[in-house]
Design a protein around this ligand. Sequence first.
Ligand code: ARG
Length: 572
Amino acid sequence: MNYKELLATRLASQLSGLDEQSIAELIEYPPNPEMGDLSVPCFKLSKQLRRAPQAIAEELKQQWAPHPAVERVEAVSGYLNVYLNAEHFAASVLGEVFNLKERYGSQDLGQGRNIVLDFSSPNIAKTFHIGHLRSTMIGSALYNIHQFLGYNCIGVNHLGDWGTQFGKLIVAYQRWGNQAAVEAEGIDELQRLYVKFHDEADRNPELETEARLCFVRLEQGDEAALKLWRWFVEISMKEFEKMYDLLGVKFDSYAGESFYNDKMDAVIDELKQKNLLVEDEGAQLVRLDEYNMPPALMIKKDGGTLYHTRDVTAAIYRHNTYDFDKCIYVTDAGQSLHFQQWFKVIKLMGYDWADKLAHVPFGKVSLEGAKLSTRKGNVIRLEELLTQAIDKTREIISEKNPDLENKEEVARQVGVGAIIFSDLSNNRIKDIVFSWEEALNFEGETGPYVQYTHVRTCSLLRKANGTASIELPDVAGELNYGLLDGAEARGVIKQLHLFKERVEQAMHKLEPSIVSRYLVDLAQSFNSFYHASPILVEDTALRQARLALVKSVQITLRNGLRLIGLEAPEKM
Ligand code: ARG
């Protein structure tokens, strides 16, 4: 049942001149249960209605006609406080959870419309580092959230597999590399060659020219250069796929930058035709002075294309291919200008769908004060991070629960989960200082804490029913919901009720941390209930009612964890 809607419809009919939508948007959830379950801040209506807030609240209260969902309403300090009927509330929320199960919290807002999400997009021959983890996990969570809300999602890994850096790498490989080392060490060796190129080029600037020319040869389809390039791609992909498997992340398309090689000429022609391209010292660019931005460089003076050229081309291709409702790009905030520039180019080309492009920036990650730079080679490798998290979790399990079955799998689920959760628990735009203690603390507001709470629900259900399976015996109809009337039980029901709204907010704000924050809140409210109320009591009716609440929490935690990319083990 949608209580905000119920209330808004009621009030709109009582107050002339206000529509349901705008009232619904005002309705709040008071922080303190004494102030009701829902509340209408009448001071926000007072200007429009030209009356004092308390007078509005009083009138609303007087005219309030009884409704089975609402126990009473009160007019206090300019608020209309609404107290829901506990039994009705419990029956409605839990009934919905049981009904929808793994779909609880979902909606059909998207109605099958297409959303393209460009995320992760690591660079070939470069380390997959924690910066890419953020893009990967934020992007993947946004994918899951949109899908849960009825959109058809297309996840694109816009691999950084083209550009001048490949000229550098080929030159470095030909000068200082060998096949055996690359085969043995993979990306690490390619990375070492790339770093060496920059060290050497500091002393010998000729190398830069050589690399530029080498890339031009690559763009012109030189077979020897292409062969090396393909090999670098293959080696890198093997390592990336290992990471994606560990993280449980999938893509619908791996069309990277090189995919647009044969599509850029047409776009350059179009830019010329539309009189957008100007020549500047041999280079071709789109001027953006009018919009207070530096020009978007499209063709370098040696004829090479750029990151901009490929992004403009890719956007046009995606629009033609997927007819998207939104196309979202998840990268660090350092690239904001890049996106603003080329979004403007699309607009100047006369494409009104430019407004459907959105950059979703996130803050930097650092580890204990270390500055990260691929060029200097001092990056934090994601593989190492995940391995350490898994190892540490394995140790904790051996200590706390040595007899656990499939220890290895749980160590992976919890270790990887800890890293993902800690990544997603911050507002995405915030810079993160990664800390091991924080990520692997089972007690704090962490992934393991939420997973552990889920395990607790499973173990209660197992004790009661012999199974923690998601299939609830069909008891919902016979339950006495009136028994869930304690403050803690009510707190849990309120949280369960909030899930749908939180997921929707996370989508509108493109902010997965709303879901991770929510999961911590739900887990905390459940744990207070657990400590306050014994569940496996003698009284059958009470026990069934409490178990139903446990079951609802289990389902909702699972759904939420899945949205942000965490698994929910049943034991740990
Ligand atoms: N490869 C880029 C990087 O690692 C990210 C690409 C993002 N997507 C895009 N269409 N520009 O920084």
